[in-house]
Design a protein around this ligand. Structure first.
Ligand code: MLT
Ligand code: MN
Ligand code: ZN
Length: 302
């Protein structure tokens, strides 16, 4: 199985267009050592030819340009992306679907909660019917592992995850199972697997179990601190308000990941997060804990 990190940033990317927090300003003026990041998305393949896009980032056009394998060039019109799967209905995970409108009818795997958002709060599905159209494939958030016929050799196990529906969602403050999911994707040949959860408001026993069974963990790296937006002077929402578990603090991501010896990487890093500064104490703490920070273009072979 191959995993390609198309984008590793949270909503807004890094640097964010309108942001002058210490990170964004420091990156622009060259005083911060770090890498720019587009809004998060990965692609996964079992055979190296047919790829499953997980979340569709608003930055998908540049992400595909930076990824030669994404354009195999077999026909006048072609793509390696055979299907798309959504973990939630956040803007930074769904707007890339608009940029895929020139293609073939697109198989879209998502929960019924996410589908509802994409028909009501943000009606992408009916809109896209005038372009490529979406072929809905329902994910039962608590269901059994399933295969994706368009992307052979893989099995996908959905795992419901504590989180939040997006701000525009009719059920933002009325959580439902399926608003946020994680997936454990297994290679049917090698048996190896990756756990992908770019948005994790917390964890359950079921989440821990799925993580235990995975060879590589790619989890929510949005915030270092619960009060990060206030600390940076750019907002007043807490990590918990936004459905993200911060890395630091009691019960935080670093503490959780300490129980898992396998490869572990953070993805969906917000531009305010001090770990983006490669010379920061926070980044050193992660490194000492054996936690990697995903970057755009990173590839993981499992
Ligand atoms: C989030 O995951 O909370 C988002 O990155 C917010 C956003 O898309 O603006
Ligand atoms: Mn996001
Ligand atoms: Zn910023």
């Amino acid at each position: 199985m191959k995993v390609r990190v198309l984008g590793s940033g949270a909503g807004g990317g890094f640097p964010q267009w309108n942001c002058n927090c210490d990170n964004c300003a420091g990156f622009r003026n060259g005083t911060l050592r770090g890498q720019a990041r587009t809004q998060s998305s990965i692609a996964v393949s079992g055979n190296g030819t047919d790829w499953l896009l997980i979340n569709a980032s608003p930055d998908i056009a540049s992400q595909l340009q930076a990824w030669p394998e994404g354009q195999p060039g077999r026909h006048k019109r072609d793509t390696a992306i055979q299907a798309v799967m959504l973990m939630d209905s956040q803007i930074d995970h769904t707007t890339g679907l608009l940029s895929l409108r020139e293609g073939q009818r697109l198989p879209l795997y998502c929960s019924s909660q996410v589908r509802e958002d994409l028909n009501k709060g943000f009606p992408l599905e009916p809109m896209l019917e005038f372009y490529c159209g979406l072929e809905h494939r329902a994910i039962d958030p608590d269901g059994k592992p399933f295969s994706v016929p368009e992307v052979p050799g893989l099995s996908v196990e959905p795992v419901p995850i504590p989180g939040k529906a997006p701000p525009y969602s009719p059920h933002r403050n009325d959580p439902h199972l399926g608003d946020n999911i994680a997936v454990r994707i297994s290679d049917l040949n090698s048996g190896s697997s990756v756990f992908y959860a770019p948005g994790m408001g917390g964890y359950t026993e079921q989440v821990r179990e799925a993580m235990t069974q995975s060879d590589c963990l790619m989890v929510d790296g949005t915030f270092w601190r619960e009060d990060e937006m206030l600390w940076r002077g750019v907002g007043d929402k807490h990590a918990a308000d936004m459905g993200h578990l911060p890395q630091s603090g009691a019960g935080g991501m670093i503490e959780l990941l300490a129980d898992f010896p396998q490869r572990k990487c953070l993805i969906h890093i917000n531009n305010t997060n001090p770990i983006l500064d490669e010379d920061s104490a926070e980044r050193a703490t992660l490194t000492a804990a054996g936690i990697e920070v995903c970057h755009d273009g990173m590839e993981i072979a499992l």
